[in-house]
Ligand binder design. Structure first.
Ligand code: ADP
Length: 226
């Protein structure tokens, strides 16, 4: 569960990026967040991964109240929330396998467990055959699959996909969306941001529209209309 209660973010330059936003996202939902550039989508995502703190208001994710979480618990929170970005953010000098394994290594997972988990997740995202390739040897779609595998391997409850198809052609974009839907069917909450009208309209899922830091529309089967 993701709960935002009257959350406002004002940056030091007095820009109000989010203005009293209240949101409730249930476990296992698939939600798309749309909004023009500057609407506040990135700020909302940075709040959820605690890279940003609200100026006022309350955020609760799972059973974690962001007001009371201490620094030591932030890695724990980041494990519960996987994130993928438009530009993939893969480590160029590591193979697909190593990129995914690295996410487990930094959280102190045993090598035997890593050897079990990584091939399994690479199979799920359809990358078993590219396991030993480097990012420079992958297509955009394969890079995004690697990023998704890396986010998923820690078994997060929530997957945030911030413009995951922004750098992909239509075919690869659809493949990534299909993968997100599959992950969602397995029980992971998916929060997607996208500017792709065709995708949003075809999904027939909940759409939250943000404009100038406010929720202006929240529809169960939404359309892309800004
Ligand atoms: P979106 O992701 O929808 O494009 P953002 O959350 O990036 O929107 O931005 C919302 C508003 O906050 C915009 O007016 C933007 O210029 C401003 N903003 C974003 N980040 C900062 C920052 N670090 N400092 C000051 N203003 C910012």
């Amino acid at each position: 569960m993701i709960l935002l209660d009257r959350v406002t973010v004002m940056y030091p330059n007095k820009t109000v990026a989010l203005s009293g936003i209240s949101l409730h996202i249930n476990p296992k939902e698939f939600v798309t967040i749309v909004g023009a550039s500057g609407a506040g989508k990135s700020t909302l995502i940075r709040l959820l991964i605690k890279e940003e703190v609200p100026t006022s208001g309350k955020i609760i994710v799972g059973s974690i109240d962001y007001d009371t979480i201490d620094k030591a618990n932030i890695p724990h929170l980041r494990r519960r929330i996987g994130v993928v970005f438009q530009d993939f953010k893969l480590l160029p000098n590591l193979t697909v396998y190593e990129n995914v394994a690295f996410a487990l290594e930094v959280s102190g997972v045993k090598t035997s467990e890593i050897k079990r988990a990584v091939p399994k997740i690479l199979q799920l995202v359809g990358l078993s055959e590219k396991m030993h390739n480097y990012p420079s040897e992958l297509s955009g779609g394969e890079k995004q699959r690697t990023a998704i595998a890396r986010a998923l391997v820690r078994n997060p409850k929530i997957l945030i996909a911030d413009e995951p198809t922004g750098n992909l052609d239509p075919k690869n974009s659809w493949d990534i969306i299909e993968l997100l839907l599959k992950i969602n069917r397995f029980g992971t909450t998916v929060v997607l941001t996208t500017h792709n009208k065709e995708i949003v309209d075809a999904l027939k899922k909940r759409v939250i529209t943000i404009n100038r830091g406010r929720v202006v529309k929240d529809e169960k089967i939404g359309k892309y209309s800004l």
